[in-house]
Design a protein around this ligand. Structure first.
Ligand code: ZN
Length: 99
């Protein structure tokens, strides 16, 4: 699994070229997902740099550091977290009865 957090934790600077294709990356927001010791972490609206050509995503150093804290298992969001549905492809499933 590609892990942008691990691959690009050293990214810094305002203007950056994509390490894969060399195009200028643009600032945008992304949803960060990671699995750490079997726990799933999701952070929405994370500022990042995205390559408009190959869609490679990179985080600035301070953002990567904060994402590391978010996925450490030592922080809880104050906002009511939304329900997360985690499947493994091919897992047995059951249908929720219509009420
Ligand atoms: Zn690229």
């Amino acid at each position: 699994m590609a892990d942008p957090f691990m691959a690009d934790s050293t990214a810094k600077g305002e203007m950056m070229n994509c390490i894969h294709c060399g195009n200028l990356m643009t600032e945008t927001l992304t949803t960060f997902t990671s699995v750490n010791r079997g726990e799933v972490y999701m952070v929405e609206n994370v500022p990042c740099l995205e390559c408009p050509v190959c869609e490679h995503i990179s985080f600035k150093q301070d953002v990567a550091r904060t994402l590391g804290r978010y996925s450490s298992g030592r922080l809880l969001p104050v906002r009511q977290a939304r329900k997360v549905w985690v499947f493994d492809w091919g897992d047995p499933v059951v249908e929720i009865p219509k009420s």
